[in-house]
Design a protein around this ligand. Structure first.
Ligand SMILES: Cc1cc2nc3c(=O)[nH]c(=O)nc-3n(C[C@H](O)[C@H](O)[C@H](O)COP(=O)(O)O)c2cc1C
Length: 196
């Protein structure tokens, strides 16, 4: 029997070229894209270049970049996020994207980008605990937006030493942990879609 096709959006919370979070997502991407009937959409916040959320701007003219973000999230069944930890929380770029995506447009269901979708969380940091505190905050915000944030998560510590010259994770433990998050997301998002 063929698998239910699903679409997974991937978002790095870092705008930085050479970001460890973006690298971590790429590693998981290689595993997840090999799974049956999975389509990936890489949403680059640095390419989208969203303006800082402002209700005046929203009222005057909803930016095309925010509309594009919303379209792409609405089309996804699941979302995989990897965010840096900044000062014990997640990045401002990611919070700004979440704030734009949370805003309703006419003829759209409330929280259409989030509600009922499945999400998994990663983080990477040169610090020892890998951005785990940031993950806690993203989980809280996305749960508020009625996403199903799965319990599997991974925070990559000492991220500046974790990748080889080809961008692959050097340690098997880290590879297994990161891939488990991606694979669990696909399985749970598929089960969820099949049950609808
Ligand atoms: C403003 C700022 C605050 C930071 N705060 C933390 C922190 O609380 N915990 C941590 O582990 N790393 C912290 N860092 C270090 C980031 O984890 C590091 O810059 C990381 O490489 C950012 O992710 P990226 O490589 O994906 O861009 C901070 C960095 C910046 C610029």
């Amino acid at each position: 029997m063929s698998q239910t096709p699903i679409k997974i959006a991937m978002i790095s919370g870092s705008l930085r070229k050479g970001s460890f979070n973006t690298k971590l997502l790429k590693c998981v991407d290689e595993t997840v894209s090999g799974m049956d009937q999975v389509e990936l959409d890489h949403i680059s916040l640095s390419e989208l270049d969203l303006p800082m959320f402002n209700e005046d701007l929203e009222a005057a003219s909803f930016p095309e970049s925010a509309l594009e973000l919303k379209r792409r999230l609405i089309a996804a069944d699941g979302v995989l996020i990897s965010s840096p930890e900044y000062n014990g929380s997640f990045s401002g770029a990611l919070k700004n994207a979440i704030d734009w995506a949370s805003r309703p447009r006419p003829d759209e269901e409330s929280l259409a980008c989030f509600k009922g979708k499945v999400c998994a969380l990663l983080a990477a940091s040169p610090g020892a605990i890998g951005g785990l505190r940031g993950i806690r905050h993203v989980r809280q915000v996305l749960t508020q937006l009625q996403m199903h944030v799965i319990p599997q998560e991974f925070a990559l510590g000492k991220a500046h030493e974790a990748f080889d010259d080809n961008g692959q994770l050097k340690e098997e433990f880290a590879r297994n942990m990161a891939n488990n998050v991606g694979q669990s997301l696909v399985k749970i998002a598929r089960m969820h879609k099949s049950a609808l």
